[in-house]
Design a protein around this ligand. Structure first.
Ligand code: CP
Length: 298
């Protein structure tokens, strides 16, 4: 792999190879020879707990060196531009740059100029490819295939790069995706992203007979003005225990995190046996090991 910018452009065999390799890395065995001597730079222009930490752990478990830079602790805070920052880091010859940025398309733009492979760790409202990969790994740990599964993705779809990457991935593998949320946060254009994507403003309809319920945070940081009454959100769109009776008996509950308890999900559900939220976090390390190895091994 020359880098990883999104799921949209990845073919099924490439995704299958990453998921297969991630299953191998789920064991905590020592793999420190795999990428010894390689250097990964994590450059995060937006806040992150899971993605940044797991990329760093993934690199270190494979024997690579990893350093993490945040915008507030770098010369970005002194006015340095994105291109100048990346050129500066590129001049130090890292083997890969993992990057999160608030602007959709920022990693794609830089990948055209820099010879260093770039891994998209989330770009604006566009894509979050490794999140979709770790979500798929988490589902496949519990189901033999994605084919034919009903996956309900509920919440702030409009601002969600997680939803977009998951729509691309799940559709490539024959899952049926139903997007749910309030009208201002549920753009009809999402049904054009892939065949077989439906949307509904009724979360009960989304959850009915679902195999997977994926809840999303309301991304207030991307909304210039509130597009719905925040106090009513949980009443209409929060996932509560009573909703679980509508889903398949073995349905699982997912959330990319960070979760806002009492806004998009009740604690009783987030902490229930159905929740695989921490399994997603754990699989984030294995999937990012597979991605870094695919990019850096050769
Ligand atoms: N899911 C996710 O991207 O979480 P972080 O923002 O904590 O990295």
């Amino acid at each position: 792999m020359p880098g990883l910018l999104g799921i949209e452009g990845l073919e099924r065999p490439a995704i299958e190879a990453i998921l297969h390799r991630a299953a191998f890395f789920q064991s905590r065995e020592d793999h420190k020879d795999f990428l010894r001597g390689r250097m990964v730079v994590n450059l995060f222009f937006e806040a992150s707990t899971r993605t940044r930490t797991s990329f760093e752990i993934a690199a270190k478990r494979l024997g690579a060196d990893a350093i993490s830079i945040t915008a507030s602790g770098s010369s970005v805070s002194k006015g340095e531009s994105l291109v100048d920052t990346l050129n500066t880091l590129g001049a130090m010859r890292p083997d890969a740059i993992v990057m999160r940025h608030a602007a959709s398309g920022a990693p794609h733009f830089l990948a055209r100029y820099l010879p260093t492979p770039i891994v998209n760790a989330g770009d604006g409202t566009h894509e979050h490819p490794t999140q979709a990969l770790l979500d798929a790994r988490t589902i496949l740990d519990r189901r033999p295939s994605l084919e034919g599964l009903k996956v309900a993705i509920i919440g702030d779809i409009a601002h969600s790069r997680v939803a977009r990457s998951n729509v691309y991935l799940l559709s490539k593998f024959g899952a049926r995706v139903v997007l749910g949320g309030p009208a201002p946060l549920l753009p009809r254009e999402f049904t054009d992203l892939a065949p077989g994507v439906d949307l509904t403003y009724d979360i009960r309809e989304a959850i009915r007979d679902a195999d997977v319920i994926m809840m999303l945070r309301v991304q207030l940081e991307r909304q210039h003005e509130a597009s719905f009454p925040a106090g009513e959100y949980f009443h209409f769109y929060g996932l509560r225990l009573e909703h679980m009776e509508l889903a398949k008996p073995d349905a699982i509950v997912m959330h990319p995190g960070p979760i806002n308890r009492g806004r998009e999900i009740a604690s009783e559900v987030a902490d229930s046996q159905r929740s695989v939220i921490l399994n997603q976090v754990e699989n984030g390390v294995a999937v990012r090991m597979a991605v870094l190895e695919g990019i850096l091994k050769n």
